[in-house]
Design a protein around this ligand. Sequence first.
Ligand code: SAH
Length: 272
Amino acid sequence: MNRPARPGRFPLALDRLAGAGRPAATELLRPQRPLQHAAQHAAAQGQGAPQGLGLDSAAVRARMVARLRAEGIGCAPVLQAFALVERHRFVDSALANQAYEDTSLPIGLSQTISKPSVVARMLALLFEGESARAAGHLGRVLEIGTGCGYQAALLARLARSVLSIERLKPLHDKARQNLEGQRHGELRLVFGDGTLGHAPRAPYDSVVAAAGGDQLPAAWLEQLAVGGRLVAPVHDPARGGQVLLVVDRQPQGLVRRWHDAVHFVPLKSGTA
Ligand code: SAH
């Protein structure tokens, strides 16, 4: 499917967080292309073969993707998204040369961009949810913790729509800048407290959090669609640390499974 790219236009919408009594700025980053298989998109962009030798090169991302595959990430759409999104554009230029290493990196305000292997694992887990398996994409996504916007950019290539919430205004603004001009599906950035989820656009087929608390906020589970899946780091007292928790909403109720030990920044309430 070849369509001429349209320039991004935003902000286009202002929403309010329902029940929060607080305005939440929402920018709708307009779709520049319909949901499309990442490989088709790469072909349309002439990115099928590695070009150049610098960080702009597809070759440097292809090496990262090969490492992810070797570590057991077998989800083709996720690997394709990693091949396309330029991680070095989301970090400080002084750190850009580390952007394709499997390492978390500071993004300011004591926050970090998670390491690629952890992001890939979470996205692959989302893809194994019932709705995602049936649809072949992540459907309507709620992301808590936009940070620099890197994971949001990946999600936008894997979903019908993405709503991403950040509680720190400078990071919300930075993500908006980083995502400007990027190719993406329907992507909304919300400045607000993600522990409340975002009721106006619920339910969500996929919910993913990039910050971990002692327990899952009730709103996330309430806003999860039947057939949907949530993946989030949560403190597990039994293991004495954070663990990835996967929750599926099945017609008969919620099913929880604990996965890998992880180390995410804390989930905090309110905005700053
Ligand atoms: N996915 C991000 C990772 C960001 S780190 C990326 O690709 O860059 C986690 C982020 O979660 C931080 O920016 C932090 O401010 C944010 N966060 C923590 N608690 C939050 C909350 N209650 N609501 C929204 N964002 C929150």
